[in-house]
Design a protein around this ligand. Sequence first.
Ligand code: UDP
Length: 478
Amino acid sequence: MDTNNQCMLHIGILSSPGIGHIIPALVLGNRLAAVHNVKVTVFVITTANSPTERQLLESSRLNIVQIPPVDISALLDANTKPVTQLCLLVRAALPGVRSALWATNQCRRLDALVGDFFCTEALPVADELNVPKFIYVPTNAWFTALTVYCPVLDKEIVGQYVEQEKGLEIPGCKPVRPEDVVDPMLDRNDEQYREYLRVGGGFSMADGILMNIWEDVDPVSLKALRENETLSKLVGRSPVYAIGPLTRNIEERDGDGMIMQWLDKQPRESVLYVSFGSGGTLSAEQITELAWGLELSEQRFIWVVRPPSKRGPDDAFFTTGQGADGTPNYLPEGFNTRTQKQGLVVPMWTEQALILKHPSTGGFLSHCGWNSTLESIKNGVPIIAWPLYSEQRQNASLLTEELGVAIRPKKLPTKGIVGREEVKTLVKTMLQSNEGKEMRERVVKLRMSAEKAISIGGSSYNSMCELLNTIEKRRSEI
Ligand code: UDP
């Protein structure tokens, strides 16, 4: 399929605030620009930017338009949940989004608008501009199916979802375990549940849904979204494009030299990388148990640590002091000294993609955010699934039960403390056992299927071409 005829397309991508949303928008933009020769403008609804967010935007080679932050503090109280905050931010930013899109469109006509999951309310601006509009779900089809079907579940199910005895049935898909539902479904009385229902209801207005998967990774739900009578109706019978896995392309020079040098000295596939995404945090007690578990496993590790959370797993962080050997005081005393030959403790942030790419990395203890999941699969690294928030519990079930590339603690980490002995067993299973070896073999197979899907002529490459052909056709009709 030739993409040269599409070289003049101009696509706007609209990102909601937060690193976890900006990264997928930039990754999609990079793919469109670099592989499909499309001009891309990424519109980012900003908050009072975090330095990492600012750095991400500044280092991008794409054309970025920042929508100025809007003060929504008057609309928030101590109980306002993340999804409500996000939706309020996007809603308050709509006038800014509209003027930015119009202004850009005047300089160079846009041919399509792709909004992320939380930006569906902004999609009607595409109608004003007379261009097609798409929703980009930077995660998988099973989660998308749950989202679009939730308004139906809302009518059918009485009481809280988490209290149901049976899995939640979604037509054509594997049922979702009640405890695995996405955060806003945990409490049907909370405002963020109503916001989530609204997001799900908005899918039918899109001209197509893009997802960061490929045909082999989530085939059952993908088929259901495309072919099941009920589900396909809920997505407005629009095409569903599996265009992934799209992940960040980090240059070696951006990595932390000290970490890379340390990894260079370790045996192949011997290091467990431990990280909970851009903002995941653990309780003080869980940090202690994890630290002891890592130490007792006697396996090598790199751990991106954050101070303990005060409220919940997606809480903001607070700063604390450190002991004489540099051990932060929320880790067991003397941890740094005792583990200095065994592992590295990295505060707050590191270039994850480079660590996962390194041949010494043999496992990833991850919160199962979808970007992290894809980065792990693309590098053939099996996962210890430690879901914390958002749709991560569902991702963890997909990885362990459907794809067989992950193991997980017996109980959900959000439902209680995972003790040091269990952590130790999980780590040793991952790095030292046949089970770990088999998982690695499965994830390597999946990596190969991912590589095939995004290479020229592969299913995801072709799917993107199909999308661009649709946009091109629509442009020629105007
Ligand atoms: N990330 C990173 N360094 C860190 C933590 C996270 O580079 O120390 C990147 C990671 O590579 C991924 C993204 O941040 O691309 C996290 O996205 P994910 O969907 O996994 O989780 P979220 O942050 O949205 O919960």
